[in-house]
Design a protein around this ligand. Structure first.
Ligand SMILES: C[S@@+](CC[C@H](N)C(=O)[O-])C[C@H]1O[C@@H](n2cnc3c(N)ncnc32)[C@H](O)[C@@H]1O
Length: 218
């Protein structure tokens, strides 16, 4: 098959960023503080993913969103900024330390009053969700071995227009590297195979950042 993608070079990526909504002061400062944490800062989503999440939240007129994996709060700000008036975002994470940074920047970004943060294993938090409100947007970006469990917990609670976004579905290319047999890689491969054949949903996998899959109910 003839490949129709354009491989990103550093110059092309810079060009792409220059044609996306610019990071405002709050997101820029958050990215800087997160970078200062060292290699762990790799966990933060890419700038264009943030723009995409804001776009999706607006497109879907999201009243209730759920985020699994908050870290220092970049994706949460991005989602919160796209919410419909009165919309709310539930953030799930296990780290008080990283989400402490998130809370600071949610204030600075002016979205703190739209976000509820629950500290604890996300799967337990999801179990406590009532049937209503249904979820218009879910962003899954936490422990890869639990992606399938998050999927099964979220899917029945999706609103008719609701979308689940999985991050890291290409996992740095490991999904096609036979040498890579660690638990996270195996879990992402299994999830990707499962979702591609799941007749409960429509799905699209896209080469955004480390790969994303978008899913909605049939
Ligand atoms: C890749 S980071 C999330 C990055 C974030 N979306 C951002 O934009 O910066 C993954 C996060 O998942 C959290 N996490 C790991 N296991 C978890 C679990 N079982 N339940 C909830 N959160 C978890 C980690 O503490 C970490 O903050």
């Amino acid at each position: 098959m003839h490949a129709k993608f354009t491989a990103l070079t550093p110059d092309l990526y810079e060009y792409l960023l220059a044609h996306n909504p610019p990071q405002d002061d709050a997101l820029h400062a958050l990215a800087e503080e997160t970078a200062a944490l060292g290699p762990i800062s790799m966990m933060q989503i890419a700038v264009e993913q943030g723009a995409l999440l804001t776009f999706l939240a607006g497109l879907l007129e999201v009243k209730f969103a759920v985020e699994i994996g908050t870290f220092t709060g970049y994706s949460a700000i991005s989602i919160a900024r796209g919410l419909a008036p009165g919309g709310r975002l539930l953030c799930c994470d296990i780290s008080e330390e990283w989400t402490g940074i998130a809370r600071k920047y949610w204030q600075r970004a002016g979205v703190a009053d739209k976000i509820d943060l629950r500290i604890g294993p996300a799967i337990e938090t999801l179990k406590t969700l009532p049937a209503s409100p249904t979820i218009d947007l879910a962003f899954i970006d936490a422990d890869k071995t639990s992606y399938r469990d998050y999927y099964e917990a979220l899917l029945p609670k999706l609103s008719p227009r609701g979308v689940i976004v999985f991050d890291n579905v290409l996992w740095g290319g490991s999904v096609v590297d036979r040498e890579k047999q660690d638990e996270s890689t195996q879990a992402i491969r299994a999830l990707n195979d499962f979702v591609a054949k799941d007749d409960r949903v429509h799905e699209v996998m896209l080469p955004v950042a480390d790969g994303i899959t978008l899913v909605r109910r049939r």
